[in-house]
Design a protein around this ligand. Structure first.
Ligand code: FE2
Length: 298
């Protein structure tokens, strides 16, 4: 089972909402340091969850915060019903992972950079439906040589359906640390550019090696992975600028559900973003069950 050799996630037990509020600076520092923190069995109301999103926003460089609200697209509710159905109807053998490792919409202009996941229903065994996290600051730090580091530092990648390049390495909005923002779902083709131009054949080969190494780090390196086993009432606060994450399977949609609040760098989810979300959802949904387009790449 995934995450059995569990790297301990930063958990706070027996903490009450008021205590978090009163010590928000300390908890925000912990979030910035660890990438993800968990308040065990907090059983926060939705109003408290909303307040926490704002309180963490004041110290974690995201919206909502005291000076800006998010105009729309903040709240969602998730029981993974669709993913479970798709997985059940798939002919592939189960690999134990329901939602593959991914960064949250890294190709978007204004991706989700944080989230609060407030569990409202957990009825299955805690060894199922785990959430795995990998801090992409660590993966950047672990890059084994300066040739790779120099290449990713000066390179961009492009999601083929959007006319937009994104840097492979981003700086953290608060701490300025470097983050490898190279998407790991590898469910779609990624084109790479070096200083805005097509890579040379040598660089293409190096990208292949880096890509394989990154995927391997995320999927198999227990020094980079952190696993959360859920209990009803748990509140996960996650920095999604740094956290690649996945969900393991083994539960029914009636057994595990949470209310999520997304956090962003900007306060307005503009029309472009809405269209972009639809396009991406449509594209990715249509690719479910398709042969991996990158299979020759790594
Ligand atoms: Fe996600």
């Amino acid at each position: 089972m995934f995450g059995d050799a569990m790297n301990k996630i930063t958990e706070y037990s027996d903490v009450k909402f008021e205590e978090i509020k009163n010590n928000i600076k300390t908890y925000s520092e912990s979030l910035l340091l660890n990438g993800v923190i968990v308040f065990k069995k907090l059983f926060a109301s939705e109003d408290e969850q909303k307040q926490l999103a704002v309180l963490f926003g004041n110290h974690s460089g995201w919206v909502p915060n005291d000076s800006q609200a998010v105009v729309n697209g903040l709240r969602y509710q998730e029981n993974h019903e669709l993913s479970i159905k798709l997985k059940e109807s798939s002919t592939e053998e189960s690999d134990g992972i329901l939602i593959p490792w991914h960064l949250e919409n890294p190709y978007a202009n204004d991706p989700e950079i944080g989230a609060l996941w407030n569990n409202i229903n957990f009825k299955c065994d805690s060894k199922f439906g785990k959430t795995g996290f990998v801090d992409m600051r660590k993966v950047y730090k672990f890059l084994p040589n300066s040739v790779w580091r120099d290449l990713v530092d000066k390179s961009e990648w492009r999601f083929p359906w959007l006319e937009r390049v994104k840097p492979i390495v981003e700086k953290h909005r608060v701490t300025n640390e470097k983050i490898l923002r190279y998407d790991a779902t590898h469910f779609y083709l990624i084109e790479n550019f070096v200083n805005g131009v097509e890579p040379s054949s040598v660089e293409i080969e190096t990208f292949k090696e880096i890509f394989n190494w990154v995927i391997n780090q995320i999927k198999t390196n227990e020094d980079t992975q952190q696993w959360h086993e859920w209990d009803e009432g748990d509140m996960v606060v996650v920095d999604l600028q740094v956290s690649c994450h996945c969900v393991t399977d083994g539960f029914l949609s009636t057994e595990r559900e949470f209310i999520g609040y997304w956090c962003f760098a900007k306060n307005v989810r503009d029309e472009e973003r809405e269209k972009e979300s639809l396009l991406l959802t449509k594209t990715l949904t249509s690719m479910v069950g398709m042969e991996d387009p990158n299979k020759d790449f790594y």
